[in-house]
Design a protein around this ligand. Structure first.
Ligand code: IPE
Ligand code: IPE
Ligand code: MG
Length: 261
């Protein structure tokens, strides 16, 4: 498994286009309500927006796109909404896996999938197997994902695999057991729908991500809105603990040419 640089242990390379974008797609229900439609209509439209945003990310050279589709807390919703969301997930897996494959996209689904049942776990396994060698972009769907679940399962795996360390683990060892150890930390975190919170998403990996919140509801999000988020990202100064002056002098030095001033 490749290991990626850690934002707290090294200074990551920073590129013009975020290498990894993570999105909390929020606002489907409110979008539907505004139109006097059932919440399901918002979720359906939300899936269409996913297609558009995936395409736009590939076109812009984003290497990893991670979408929060269902949180470990979303089971608290009414049963009919949960089962509707599960149905949409099945449909998307059945219909989109081939298309993703044709477009050179690798699909990964992260989260505790067992509670979704065998139909979904089988579909996920098949789609991941089909697309595993694709290199254009890695699309990760977080389903029944929770940042705390992820940290706990990583810790448990570590303790089981390295009992001799008696809990004296390194950051790298913990990071390598997280569900998304195959991806670098997100450069840009986007949340649509107006709320400004993490809602138990990637707690570990968002340590040094740039945050972008927009009031736009997910079903109204599109490629132009994505470009606005990226433009905002490009105006940020990613200091990783250093001073602005240090960053500017590093920008002139040949070794860190790729960093944004
Ligand atoms: C996000 O939209 C989709 C999921 C959480 C599955 P919401 O369903 O949370 O929409 P709002 O927040 O009620 O508008
Ligand atoms: C976060 O959205 C989870 C997903 C988008 C899947 P929620 O709408 O469930 O978040 P909270 O509960 O309002 O924080
Ligand atoms: Mg919501």
């Amino acid at each position: 498994m490749p290991s990626f640089s850690s934002s707290t242990r090294d200074i990551p390379q920073v590129a013009e286009i975020p290498r990894h974008i993570a999105i909390i797609m929020d606002g489907n229900g409110r979008w539907a309500k505004q139109r006097m439609l059932p919440r399901a209509a918002g979720h359906k439209r939300g899936v269409e927006i996913v297609r558009e945003v995936v395409k736009a990310c590939v076109a812009r050279g984003v290497e990893y796109l991670t979408l929060f589709a269902f949180s470990s807390e979303n089971w608290r919703r009414p049963a009919d909404e949960v089962s509707m969301l599960k149905g949409l997930f099945v449909m998307a897996l059945e219909r989109e896996a081939e298309k993703l494959h044709r477009n050179g996209i690798r699909l990964r689904v992260v989260g505790d999938l067992a509670p979704f049942g065998k139909k979904i776990t089988d579909l996920v396994e098949r789609a991941e197997r089909l697309t595993r060698d694709n290199q254009k972009m890695t699309l990760s769907i977080a389903a029944n994902y929770g940042g705390r679940w992820d940290l706990l399962q990583a810790m448990q795996r570590l303790i089981e695999s390295r009992p001799e360390q008696r809990g004296a683990f390194t950051e790298e060892q913990l990071a390598s057991c997280l569900a998304m150890a195959y991806a670098p930390e997100p450069d840009l975190f986007i949340r649509t729908g107006g709320e400004q919170r993490i809602s138990n998403f990637l707690l570990w990996q968002l340590a040094y991500s740039e945050f972008y919140f927009t009031d736009t509801l997910w079903p109204d999000f599109n490629a132009a809105a994505l470009d606005q988020a990226i433009a905002s990202y490009q105006r940020r100064e990613r200091r990783f603990g250093r001073t602005s002056e240090q960053l500017k002098s590093a920008a002139g030095a040949p070794a860190s040419k790729t960093e944004l001033a």
